[in-house]
Design a protein around this ligand. Structure first.
Ligand code: ZN
Length: 311
């Protein structure tokens, strides 16, 4: 059995996992990221990889890294990452100088898609889309069993297709009403804030710990303010999902990220509207499912990239 290191580099922490080629994680090693400068992050990434290689205790065939941003998967250069404020950062070059094993680098959402497709919800699928509903919305496409990368490594950036171009929230990318501005975990909070004036007695936004999880749980227990926000959120999510079906026509769309913890409550809230908006292919033929690998998908997918020798 082969062993690789799969690294998930996020805006607030980096995790390196020891993964065998059956998709099983044997140990995880993590650092919080406080300084997002390129040199500081490189030091942390090198350190977690070294710890993971040591913990593996056997030959490691390579290191795979998923990082946010637009990444040239051939050179491993981070062309643009708004999360870190990096442009043209030579992540691949710097890490290849530090490790004797082959190093592969790709966008984190594409790594998560590959992991979920290979070992999670996508295992019996050939045409698969993964959407991670977290702070933003990451995505990836598998068509006829192959992960699609696009001309400049941008295929699957569903988070930045506009679904409310005139009356939506401002997106981190500068556009109005992007899918991730409306239907990510952050989007759910913004929906709750946008209608707060209609619920003057609501306690939903009272405390400083306001988060999408709190709103989701309140909606599940029937809180009127949370339910109204949830309804608007799900309407926008359904619009984006129907657009994904129109563009890709997958047999499975897997929803991951914190919001997907709602499980059937989430899926049951969007299915009917997705069907209404699906016009050119038979309704209901794309199965909406919750992803099963959770936060591990990125690490497992990054290691899978090593086992494949490419994305
Ligand atoms: Zn955007």
């Amino acid at each position: 059995m082969k062993t690789a290191i799969g690294v998930d580099l996020g805006g607030s922490h980096v995790t390196a996992a020891v993964v065998t080629d059956d998709g099983v994680i044997h140990s995880q090693h993590e650092h919080d990221i406080e300084n997002r400068s390129f040199d500081a992050v490189i030091d942390l990434v090198v350190d977690v990889i070294e710890k993971a290689v040591y913990a593996a205790g056997s030959d490691v065939v390579g290191v795979g890294i998923g990082s946010p941003g637009n990444i040239d998967a051939a050179s491993g250069t981070v062309l643009y990452s708004p999360n870190f404020g990096w442009t043209g950062a030579p992540l691949g070059e710097r890490l290849r100088a530090r490790f004797k094993q082959p190093v592969f680098i790709a966008n984190d959402a594409r790594c998560a898609t590959l992991g979920e497709y290979t070992f999670g919800t996508g295992r019996e699928s050939r045409d698969f889309v993964m959407l991670t509903l977290g702070t933003g919305i990451g995505g990836g496409i598998v068509a006829d069993g192959k992960l699609i990368l696009g001309n400049r490594w941008g295929a699957g950036e569903f988070g930045h297709h506009q679904i409310r171009a005139t009356d939506g929230f401002v997106c981190g990318c500068g556009k109005i009403g992007c899918f991730e501005a409306q239907a990510s975990g952050t989007g759910l909070i913004r929906h709750a804030l946008a209608i707060a004036h209609s619920f003057p007695r609501s306690r939903l936004l009272d405390k400083s710990d306001i988060g999408s999880k709190k709103i989701r749980k309140a909606a599940q227990t029937g809180d009127l303010h949370a339910l109204a926000a949830w309804k608007n959120f799900c309407a926008d999510l359904a619009t984006g999902l129907a657009n994904v079906i129109a563009c890709v026509n997958p047999d499975v769309i897997a929803l991951g990220g914190g919001v997907s913890s709602a499980g059937d409550f989430l899926l049951d809230s969007v299915r009917a509207r997705v069907d209404e908006l699906t016009t050119m292919v038979p309704k209901g033929t794309t199965r909406l499912l919750c992803a099963t690998l959770g936060n591990d998908a990125g690490q497992v997918g990054a290691a899978t990239m090593v086992f494949h020798g490419k994305l």
